[in-house]
Design a protein around this ligand. Structure first.
Ligand code: MLT
Ligand code: MN
Ligand code: ZN
Length: 306
């Protein structure tokens, strides 16, 4: 299978439009050695040239499609390689791009859990609005690990797992976590048997989830924050990383400790990186620490062949 990283930043992207923090200002001016990044999304194909699955529809989807011609084959006057869209949650950074796909000639095949479907038909009724354009052919994801396939996306088999993270602020269950608000997906290539685990929003790793991660050849997991109090320390928020459903990388019980316990062969990648996270600065001590642990921060346009 081929995984194309369309967007590796968290909500807001990097640099964020209104942010003058050291990193956003630095990447804008060129003073910081860092790459700009669009918002959180991947495209997965059974092999290069096949139609595939779009995981999340970011607000940057049009720019992402322009930068990655594999999503736009030229087989007909109107064409796309997106066989279906699968949502990891109902947040703005993962669902707003659905509006941009409205010119389709047929209803958009959309895979999401019941809680996400509820969010996107009530609190933020994107799917109702799309009903006035191409419409949506919604397929239910059960976040219980049962296998499913997406018609048109050859050689891929998926399994979704409910994660402890957070629903969007407009969700009816923002403060009553519901299984399926956020999912992680194990993506397997049915021919090679190789697999990747993708979870851009991951607040807590349970032993059962760690077993799933341990069986994957690659993990692409929540890289939002380095420290739990990152936004508080910068005076940008009163909430910790864990408060908003993101496990920080550093510290006891943090993502680095978990990734250290994976089998040596597992590729370890961080995705959904917030603009405040010091790992974006290629010259930072934190970036060097990741390298010492064999952890790679995803970049837009990067591909993984598994
Ligand atoms: C999150 O992942 O916590 C959200 O996407 C944040 C946001 O988009 O505002
Ligand atoms: Mn997000
Ligand atoms: Zn910033």
């Amino acid at each position: 299978m081929r995984i194309t990283i369309l967007g590796s930043a968290a909500g807001g992207g990097f640099p964020q439009w209104n942010c003058n923090c050291r990193q956003c200002a630095g990447v804008r001016s060129g003073a910081l050695r860092a790459r700009a990044r669009t918002q959180s999304s991947i495209f997965v194909q059974g092999e290069a040239g096949c139609d595939g699955v779009l995981f999340n529809a970011s607000p940057d989807i049009l720019e992402q499609i322009r930068s990655n011609p594999t999503l736009q084959p030229k087989r007909a006057i109107r064409d796309t390689a997106i066989a279906g869209v699968l949502l990891m949650d109902g947040q703005i950074d993962h669902a707003t791009g659905l509006f941009m796909l409205r010119e389709r000639g047929s209803p958009l095949p959309l895979w999401c859990t019941d809680p996400v479907h509820e969010d996107l038909t009530t609190g933020n009724p994107v799917l109702n609005v799309l009903g006035h354009y191409c419409g949506v052919a919604r397929r239910r994801i059960e976040p219980d690990g049962s296998p499913f396939e997406i018609p048109g996306a050859a050689h891929l088999r998926l399994r979704a797992f409910a994660l402890a993270s957070k629903a969007a602020p407009y969700s009816p269950h923002r403060e009553q976590p519901t299984p399926g608000d956020n999912i992680g997906v194990l993506i397997a290539d049915t021919r090679s048997g190789r697999s990747a685990f993708y979870a851009p929003g991951l607040g807590e790793i349970t032993p059962a989830l760690f077993d799933v991660m341990s069986g994957a050849d690659a993990v692409l997991v929540d890289g939002t924050f380095w420290t739990d109090d990152e936004m508080i320390a910068l005076g940008l928020s009163k909430k910790t990383a864990r408060d908003i459903g993101h496990l920080p990388q550093s510290g006891p019980g943090g993502m680095i400790e978990w990734l250290d316990r994976l089998p040596a062969r597992t590729r370890r990648c961080l995705i959904h990186i917030n603009n405040t996270n010091p790992i974006l600065d290629e010259d930072s001590a934190q970036r060097a620490e990741l390298a010492r642990h064999g952890i790679v921060p995803c970049e837009d346009g990067m591909t993984l062949e598994l």
